[in-house]
Write a protein that binds this ligand. Structure first.
Ligand SMILES: [Zn+2]
Length: 125
């Protein structure tokens, strides 16, 4: 999908990204995967972005964070990946802007009667 912009404010709509955490063992990966369905866990300890890219596969890395402690050195502990095509929304940057857009549309003469079937059913219009 081409970069979408909010139909209300014109702001670029955010990419739909995934946070990938690097863990030490398969057991830790399985435990963390059970806790969070919003992030992914991969076994590995990459030191460079290129090493991290090999571990995450096809998804492209859009940002990374190094742990930077004495124990772990400069290893990367998480990356943010993007599939190269998904955005948070097709039309709006937030739910509030979708609502404001709907109000603006319904307040126009041309679209004042615009409604979904459920509305037409209960109002008989
Ligand atoms: Zn907006």
């Amino acid at each position: 999908m081409k970069q979408p912009y909010c139909r209300y404010c014109g702001k670029a709509i955010r990419k739909r990204t995934t946070t990938v955490y690097f863990v030490n063992t398969q057991e830790e990966k399985e435990r963390q995967d059970r806790v969070s369905s919003y992030s992914k866990h991969v076994v590995g300890a990459p030191m460079t972005r290129a090493e991290a890219q090999l571990l995450v596969g096809n998804e492209r890395i859009v940002s990374h964070r190094k742990r930077g402690t004495i124990i772990d050195g400069d290893r990367i502990d998480r990356v943010t990946t993007w599939d190269g095509e998904s955005y948070e929304s097709q039309f709006f940057c937030t739910g509030d802007h979708a609502q404001r857009f709907a109000y603006a549309v319904l307040r126009t003469e041309k679209y004042a009667d615009l409604a979904m079937p459920a509305y037409r059913k209960v109002t008989g219009t």
